[in-house]
Design a binder for this molecule. Structure first.
Ligand code: HEM
Length: 152
């Protein structure tokens, strides 16, 4: 019987130092790109703490050390973003920064593509304006949507 080792994305992209480079590059782009001005303005001037949290999150999310939940608890990421208005434009700006950062810092093409797909899904899920089909179906319905007790 052979054992198949499952190697995490965290290890495939180069571990903690790769996550560091990815997050630094991501926020450099958010600082510099005119397309990202709107989402940059949602963040604090000093990004040190924000960077640290995203590094912890991505470490855990890619299957590396669980640095996020020990400090922050369950991610509940969508809920944590309710304080900022995220529509298609904000999602696209976020992804523009993240794609640039992935292209710059992740050399393994297959791993890069997997991350791109997964991040795109997550960023799309984070939309909390009326253009998110989820919210259109369940938000602001005042109970008349016949959700039958579905969680809104
Ligand atoms: C789609 C567009 C997105 C926008 C505009 C956005 C914006 C923000 C903002 C303004 C904050 C607060 C930062 C602070 O106060 O320091 C934040 C926190 C955070 N974001 Fe996003 N975000 C987006 C998508 C994502 C995605 C796709 C991920 C995951 C891959 C993510 C991960 C996080 C994490 C981990 C935090 C910290 C949560 C905590 O407080 O524990 N965000 N985001």
């Amino acid at each position: 019987m052979s054992e198949t080792a499952v190697i995490s994305l965290f290890d495939r992209i180069g571990g903690a130092s790769a996550i560091d480079r990815l997050v630094e590059s991501f926020y450099q782009r958010m600082d510099a790109l005119p397309e990202a001005k709107v989402i940059r303005a949602m963040h604090p001037d000093d990004l040190a703490r924000t960077k640290d949290i995203l590094k912890r999150y991505l470490s855990e999310w890619t299957g590396g050390p669980r640095l996020y939940s020990v400090e922050r608890g369950h991610p509940r990421l969508r809920q944590r973003h309710f304080g900022v208005a995220i529509g298609e434009a904000e999602r696209d700006a976020w992804l523009l920064c993240m794609r640039g950062a992935l292209n710059e810092t992740v050399k393994d093409a297959a791993a890069r593509q997997e991350l791109d797909i997964a991040m795109s899904r997550l960023a799309d899920w984070m939309r909390n304006q009326i253009d998110n089909p989820h919210d259109a179906a369940h938000g602001g319905c005042g109970g008349h949507c016949g959700g039958g007790g579905a969680q809104h």
